[in-house]
Design a protein around this ligand. Sequence first.
Ligand code: AMP
Length: 414
Amino acid sequence: MTTESTAPVTDPTRVLVLNSGSSSVKYQLLDMRDGARLAVGLVERIGEETSRLVHTPLTDGGGEKRERTAPVADHAAALKAVAEELAADGLGLDSPELAAIGHRVVHGGLRFSAPTVIDDDVLAEVERLVPVAPLHNPANITGIRTARALRPDLPQVAVFDTAFHTTMPEYAARYAIDTETADAHRIRRYGFHGTSHAYVSRRVAGLLGKDPSEVNVIVLHLGNGASASAVAGGRCVDTSMGLTPLEGLVMGTRSGDVDPAVVFHLERVAGMSSDEIDVLLNKKSGLVGLCGDNDMREIRRRIDEGDERARLAFDIYIHRLKKYIGAYYAVLGRVDAVAFTAGVGENAAPVREAAVAGLEELGLAVDAGLNAVRSPEPRLISPGYARVAVAVVPTDEELEIAQQTYSLVTSPAH
Ligand code: AMP
């Protein structure tokens, strides 16, 4: 990297956030002086003939969305294409204004309870966690390796989906199975979506005019994947996902909680292999398994037309959600707020209404008028008299990753 001798010397303030999936890379470039997005985009179907890159520059009021449809062979080619698009907007990865790259990493196990500057040792530990996150960590590792090769001199930070949940007490994190077996295979509840739960629980405290340490919050992250968490004074004390993201709520394509004996039953009676059952429970269950659709908009449309399967799927989804609200109410003892977030939580007013219906004795209620308002801003939807605030807080995992990354690389200890 070279800097023109005449260029003004400025502290780098930009962070590139990378979210690398098995066949996609999502990215955002943010300016940390005000959290503004400078560019956003994604490369999808990496490794296929039909790869696509969509890039949107957002500087100076925003530019035209650009699309490339040439095949992208692998993550290295994807990142190179992203770097070219950014460079075309004067935002290249070689810019002295780039402070760091923040990587979303799904599984950080027990070791990583905070964002961590990536070195070979950190990367090796993320690799050791592949057996407990076979679907996610390999793609995250590929993204990190590729970005490090491109900018070996730049600090790169891993922000773990599991980190926020490492404060869970042992009695919430352990399954009641033989301790030696559990420890030998690192079987315990880790939880996921932690970056979102951290961001939303903090924002909801702000909405109530309080410090996060003063409030107890139930966060309901309802996207295609879905999880609930109980957050006491800013610390997670329980969460619905477990060893993997399969446990807990009914999701778009995942079953959430089932009797573990369903697995042996399918093996013994239906002759299914564990890989087939894995696919069944992760990809063909949840809303899609129940009614054939995992998009809540489509399910609501079908319900409005009198479709019974869609109605039952919705009722099963809501019943599970309610059980977790009740459980986490009991875990927390006192609840100041319930916050809805992610695609369904932010947009589906009927889900919010149904999840809270009948819980007036717990101090929970939704104001129909406020619930119907569509807005990208965090907001309260409970009536003034309700003891517990009900909030909609749009999640922003990229901003949270960028903030954690930036504060780590600019901290005096770094
Ligand atoms: P996410 O994983 O957070 O991106 O959420 C994706 C899911 O949000 C989709 O599968 C839909 O079920 C849901 N969703 C998105 N927009 C809406 C909407 N306007 N109304 C209801 N559900 C929505």
